[in-house]
Design a protein around this ligand. Sequence first.
Ligand code: NI
Length: 134
Amino acid sequence: MKVCRRTTFNSAHRLLNHNWSDEKNREVFGKCNSPNYHGHNYVLETWLEGEINPDTGYVIDLGILKGIIKEEVEDPFDHKNLNLDVPEFKTLNPTAENITVVIFKKLKKRLPEFKLTVRLYETQNNFVEYTEDY
Ligand code: NI
């Protein structure tokens, strides 16, 4: 059984590779490299796969999942500048791909008993997904 919690957060970022020159960063990342940052309304889907607990009828109490996502993602990321405010992106380029892996690792630590899939929409049409194999 798979269950999902949808979460939104708003963050600013700037794409860049710290090992490259300004010119190469502009060439590769274009507008996404604008020095004054830009924002996205991110939509996060957190999918958990597990058995239905026969006592509760739940895979997980979604209120508990909501609280974990708030602590691990919303509180540190929402209304923040990912490059400047979030330690994980001090040197890691905050692409949707890298943000998703960072979120996955944070949530996996809190939810080790479930098969976890994280899907992140950076725009309505662009989204990435990271999961694990068993
Ligand atoms: Ni962007």
